[in-house]
Design a protein around this ligand. Structure first.
Ligand code: NCD
Ligand code: ZN
Length: 344
């Protein structure tokens, strides 16, 4: 198969940032995705309905004339979130979920929550109003090994939450391990997004010939056995619980080339193309549309997109960097080839 046509895909986990950074990265996403779940980890976080609406309008105002791109907004769950706020968010036409960040687990997560135990009234309200809970599933205890954070979180926090609120719709964001795959497959109303980097790279990519800051994201890349399990999960015919979420997370080059570099991989410039590579690597291109364009809308209760895109097997070289406001950013595969291209 050298050409593949799929229904227009959506990105169910995206960081668009704000201000000049937002203007710089938005064009990459709208070239192939029709909708995107926009993550709320700005500074300060998008924690109120009014801030989500302002952010929505902001994104909309930057779209070129005629664009039908639709940002799907999320609220940042903080210790100040109330059940009343959940009710208001569920009633809002542009808000599609609430994102849980364990405090300290990732970029701009300082406003997040310590333990889930004190949040039962919030989860009860989300379950009642059928608002999706999006989870950054990593344990935040300082002594937990970084490579075990997802498995520990699932075991200690997510499983009890899942059992206590059986009707709550939960997305385990950026799944990276066999533990995540097993958890998602075991439970109804439970899904996961999967990034291109976790399908294409294992943790060796962090150290290939030297330290590679542009392969550092959270959750961190895992062992090959986990990558293989993810690839199998997303390409299994009939699977409906895994869908596309790039976690494209741009940072200025200077923040990555640093003694304490920040976490996040920018992939929006080649997102669907990289997923095509991953599916192609196991001869499963026929499953790409289900993962990219069908499972996400089904889980979120939205219609599938009516348009389509066509991808062709054709190599192109990714630029060394892209402008990022007054700074620059280094994209995934910088100065290397991507083997699929959008042709229509
Ligand atoms: C994300 C970011 O930079 O906002 N970073 C990352 O490594 N994925 C935050 C996140 O999704 O964890
Ligand atoms: Zn993210």
């Amino acid at each position: 198969m050298d050409t593949i046509k799929i229904r227009t895909p959506d990105d169910w986990h995206l960081h668009l940032r704000s201000g000049e950074f937002l203007a710089a990265v938005l064009p990459f996403t709208i070239r192939c995705f029709q909708r995107a779940i926009v993550m709320p980890n700005l500074k300060p976080p998008v924690a109120a309905v009014a801030s989500a609406e302002t952010y929505y309008q902001n994104i909309k105002s930057l779209l070129p004339a005629g664009s039908i791109f639709e940002p799907l907004m999320t609220l940042y769950l903080t210790p100040e979130t109330t059940p009343e706020l959940i009710a208001a968010a569920a009633a809002h036409p542009h808000i599609y979920g609430v994102k849980l960040y364990p405090a300290g687990a990732t970029t701009n997560s300082d406003y997040g929550v310590g333990s889930l135990k004190s949040l039962d009234d919030i989860f009860a309200a989300m379950q009642e109003h059928d608002l999706v809970l999006q989870v950054h599933g990593e344990d935040n205890k300082a002594h937990t090994d970084p490579f075990d954070r997802e498995a520990v979180f699932i075991e200690e926090q997510l499983l009890p939450l899942r059992q206590k609120f059986p009707d709550l719709r939960i997305v385990l964001e950026h799944a990276t391990t066999t533990s995540a795959v097993d958890f998602v497959n075991a439970w109804p109303r439970t899904a996961a997004t999967v990034t291109p980097q976790h399908l294409l790279l294992n943790r060796g990519a962090l150290f290939a010939g030297g330290l590679r800051p542009h392969h550092y994201c959270l959750p961190v890349l895992k062992r090959e056995e986990h990558r293989k399990a993810l690839l199998q999960a997303v390409t299994t015919p009939g699977q409906s619980s895994f869908f596309l979420g790039t976690d494209s997370a741009p940072h200025p080059t200077g923040c990555k080339h640093s003694a304490c570099g920040c976490a996040g991989i920018f992939s929006a410039h080649a997102a669907i193309e990289l997923y095509a590579e991953a599916f192609d690597s196991v001869a499963a291109l026929d499953q790409l549309e289900t993962f990219s364009s069908l499972n996400g809308p089904a889980f979120y209760g939205l219609p599938v997109n009516s348009g389509s895109i066509t991808l062709k097997r054709e190599s192109w070289t990714v630029p060394v960097s892209y402008p990022f406001g007054s700074e620059s950013l280094v994209p995934l595969r910088a100065d290397e080839q991507v083997h699929w291209r959008i042709v229509g």
